[in-house]
Write a protein that binds this ligand. Structure first.
Ligand code: PLP
Length: 408
């Protein structure tokens, strides 16, 4: 009964398809600029030294068992995660205006937030705005919970930077009370973030239209190497008294990709009812979580909790973050300078060093992306996005040459 008109064959996930093609390629100098995971200078996955330490501590703990976590997850972890994103002295934490549930990494946090808003967002019709472009999974996750999706412009192909006017005017013209999804830092896929002044303008428009900000934060500390810097936008909105929610991933900044470690936070505005509002929202989130995953996985949360709650381990983690962010920033500088050497046009690749985080939007067309894969075995997504972590001192000359060649 499940005929193809009922269950059509779904397209392969483009990113995981790219990964499979790369794996199959037996060319010696192939380069993987597709997947969004950190690689060290030898193109190897990196277990953060502080994570290794925490794993040792866990192994030695005689009291550990495999009992279920509570529905909302490991409280020591989610409380530390609140402080990490909002700041330890956040008024929202002090006023107990935050509720936090541990989720299946950032994806699960985006999903839980989407599900909650689909059930309870007090506007009808509901309208969600995503940046164009955005992380491809946003579309799937929010479609899955049937939130109607529109987009706001984000990237200007001319400047290869932010289309600030387009973004602002679309958010301004959006129906009152729309949900606006914002990338907290290191926008995926473009690597383009608003400046602090631009964030303030965005906040003004969101406030004027009574929109609801939904922050997706997948790269705190990983983007600039500084946790506070990468959380600035979220903290600014909270300091302005916004009611908002946050999806927080620990995949990249802890290298805990497969451990599915994340948190969903809901922050309500200050006011006499704030605590009872948070209690009601928390109770419904708990009910939704129970039906979806019952309770979250423990391993990654235990590791992150150990590190976040121990001052020495925390310091070491910050150093590990600077190692990752620093290597990526070095690769940005090197790629820009090599490309500009090759084409002789100073400033022509400035966007590579202006952009931040794991990804860069190169400006390569789909045709050029195919050509650089076919001719030089350099793999990137068809929108011309490259994962900076795929570059290293061993392949950067080769990659720059290959990119320069297809752009001629
Ligand atoms: N949100 C954005 C913008 C991302 O780039 C990612 C990962 O690539 C995620 C969320 C979620 O990742 P994970 O579910 O692995 O934490």
């Amino acid at each position: 009964v499940f005929h193809h008109d009922i269950v059509p064959l779904a397209p392969e996930d483009p990113l995981f398809g790219l990964m499979a093609a790369y794996k199959k390629d037996d060319f010696d100098n192939k380069v993987d600029l597709g997947i969004g995971a950190y690689r060290d200078n030898n193109a190897q996955p990196w277990v953060l030294p502080v994570v290794k330490k925490a794993e040792e501590l866990l192994r030695k703990d005689p009291n550990l068992n495999h009992e279920y976590l509570p529905i909302a997850g490991l409280a020591d972890f989610t409380m530390a995660a609140q402080k990490l994103i909002l700041g330890a002295d956040s008024p929202a934490i002090k006023d107990k205006r935050v509720v936090s549930l541990q989720t299946i990494s950032g994806t699960g946090a985006v999903h839980l937030g989407g599900l909650f808003l689909a059930h309870f967002y007090p506007r009808n019709p509901k309208q969600l705005y995503l940046s164009s472009p955005t992380w491809a999974n946003h579309n799937q996750i929010f479609s899955n919970v049937k939130l109607p999706i529109k987009t706001y412009p984000y990237f200007s192909p001319h400047t290869k930077g932010l289309d600030f006017d387009g973004m602002l005017s679309t958010i301004e013209q959006a129906p009152e009370g729309s949900i606006i999804l914002l990338h907290a830092c290191a926008h995926n896929p473009t690597g383009v973030d608003p400046t602090r002044d631009q964030w303030k303008e965005i906040a003004k428009v969101i406030r004027a239209k009574n929109h609801f900000p939904f922050f997706d934060c997948a790269y705190q500390g990983f983007a600039s190497g500084d946790l506070g810097n990468d959380a600035w936008a979220v903290r600014y909105f909270v300091s302005e008294g916004f009611e908002l929610c946050i999806a927080q991933s620990f995949a990249k900044n802890f290298g805990l990709y497969a451990e599915r470690t994340g948190v969903f936070h809901f922050v309500t505005g200050a006011g006499p009812d704030a605590q009872s509002t948070i209690a009601r929202i928390g109770s419904q989130l708990t009910l939704l979580q129970r039906s979806e995953i019952s309770n979250p996985p423990a391993y990654g949360a235990r590791i992150a909790s150990l590190v976040l709650n121990d001052p020495d381990l925390f310091k070491e983690w910050q150093a590990n973050l600077r190692t990752m962010a620093g290597r990526i920033i070095d690769m940005r500088k090197a790629l820009r300078s090599k490309l500009e050497q090759l084409n002789g046009k100073e400033g022509s690749w400035k966007h590579i060093t202006d952009q931040i985080g794991m990804f860069s939007f190169t400006g390569l067309t789909e045709k050029q992306v195919v050509k650089v894969k076919d001719d030089a075995h350099v793999y990137m997504t068809k929108n011309g996005r490259i994962s900076m972590a795929g570059l290293n001192t061993g392949n950067i000359d080769y990659t720059a040459k290959a990119i320069d060649t297809v752009m001629r």
